[in-house]
Design a protein around this ligand. Structure first.
Ligand code: NAD
Length: 361
């Protein structure tokens, strides 16, 4: 296969982890005989410094023409003041919107070798393997708002039937390929938008996915059950803000934020007939460790695996990457965020170990 992939390293540790993911993609291309054209463009703070804009037109154009996009992270303390007119995260929000990616898939898998890196007891966390599907372009982060003025401010959580239906379909389709168990998370006892959410998800599953078992759960209960019985979940679907919070909680289960990949999908397809996705590790730009060569690259590498699976249809290649990651963890390689008693390795050494495991499998 020939594919055009756009890389957006971004800020902080972004360039370090995207460099790692690019090396792994090149190793996949060599081993399986594909041609991947990897092109880098600026986004976020780096783009503001270079061009004055967090999402320069050239970057956007390249993303809209690519088969898939892999992003590192955006953000830096020097741009963290919310009153600044131009901020790095505006670039990411604008890109998600322009690409029309409304479903954010966040797989949470506790690798056997990392059971002891989790803050939860091994018997609770062992075997955890679920995916949160977070609605990404609607809800509280995009509704009408008023910035603080005369002692008053507000945000509004708005959902339409169409927005709920399309993300419910993505989640139910995913559940069909996995354990056929879908948990829809809302706050229907308090919020009107959640009552619509519950009604529409129920309707989609009843009418289109009768093989999927659907359970509704309040977000506060879900927050608790994810910690008490994480292995009972298969696929969860939820609104933008609930998903934002629950996925960071879920990230702690996996031992480190640095381990988690994500895929954002919409309805536009690339020339190979697959969704033109936006792939990114869940973590941020980690300015506290940027430039030190110690960032965990596995979240970005596992995001590249999701890209191979969802945007290029290369399931065997995606699995080969995931198995390579599992193998290096079994061999005892740990970056600083994962090390319990082990001597930590740097980003480069971890990446080389994954490349080696990939070529030897
Ligand atoms: P963060 O994820 O950047 O860091 C949280 C903690 O986890 C830090 O201690 C960091 O060192 C550690 N960490 C994160 N990723 C790691 C990795 N791969 N390897 C090892 N350790 C890792 O979150 P934050 O500190 O809240 O935010 C920092 C900046 O990132 C802010 O400007 C924020 O706006 C931005 N941010 C961007 C995204 C994104 O681009 N999608 C997401 C979250 C935060």
């Amino acid at each position: 296969m020939e594919a055009r992939l756009v890389l957006l390293p971004g800020d902080g540790i972004g360039p370090e982890v995207i460099g790692a993911a690019a090396a792994v993609l090149r190793a996949v291309a060599r081993r399986f005989g594909h041609v991947f054209h990897l092109e880098e463009y600026p986004i976020g703070g780096t783009a503001i410094e270079a061009t004055g804009e967090p999402l320069p037109p050239d970057t956007l154009q390249a993303c809209l023409e690519a088969d898939a996009v892999l992003l590192g992270a955006v953000g830096d303390p020097k741009w963290d003041r919310p009153d600044l007119p131009v901020r790095p995260e505006q670039g990411l929000l604008a890109l998600r919107k322009a690409m029309g990616v409304y479903a954010n898939l966040r797989p949470v898998r506790v690798f056997p070798a990392l059971v002891h890196a989790s803050p939860l007891k091994p018997e609770i966390v062992r075997g955890t393997d679920f995916v949160v599907v977070r609605e990404l372009t609607g809800g509280l982060y995009f509704g009408p708002r008023q910035e603080p003025r005369e002692g008053r401010a507000y945000d509004t959580m708005v959902y339409t039937e169409a927005e709920i239906r399309r993300v419910a379909r993505v989640a139910a389709r995913l559940a069909l390929k996995r354990g056929r168990h879908l948990v829809s998370v809302d706050k229907a006892n308090v919020l009107a938008s959640s009552r619509l959410w519950r009604q529409v998800v129920q309707q989609v599953v009843d009418e289109e996915f009768p093989q999927v078992t659907l359970e509704h759960m309040l977000v506060d209960a879900a927050a608790m059950h994810l910690l008490r019985r994480p292995t009972t979940f298969d696929v969860l679907v939820t609104a933008n803000m609930f998903g934002d919070i629950l996925t960071d909680e879920a990230a702690a289960l996996a031992g480190s934020l640095g381990m988690l990949p994500s895929a954002s999908l919409g309805e536009t397809h690339n020339r190979h007939g697959f969704p033109r996705g936006l792939y990114e590790p869940v973590h941020g730009s980690a300015p506290d460790i940027a430039g030190q060569g110690i960032a965990n690259p596995l979240g970005a590498i596992l995001s590249a695996a999701l890209l191979l699976r969802h945007s290029l249809g290369l399931e065997e290649e995606a699995r080969a990457v995931e198995e390579a990651v599992e193998r290096v963890l079994e061999q005892g390689y740990r970056t600083v965020d994962l090390a319990v008693e082990e001597e930590p390795v740097g980003t480069r050494e971890m990446t080389r170990a994954v490349e080696k495991a990939l070529t030897q499998s």
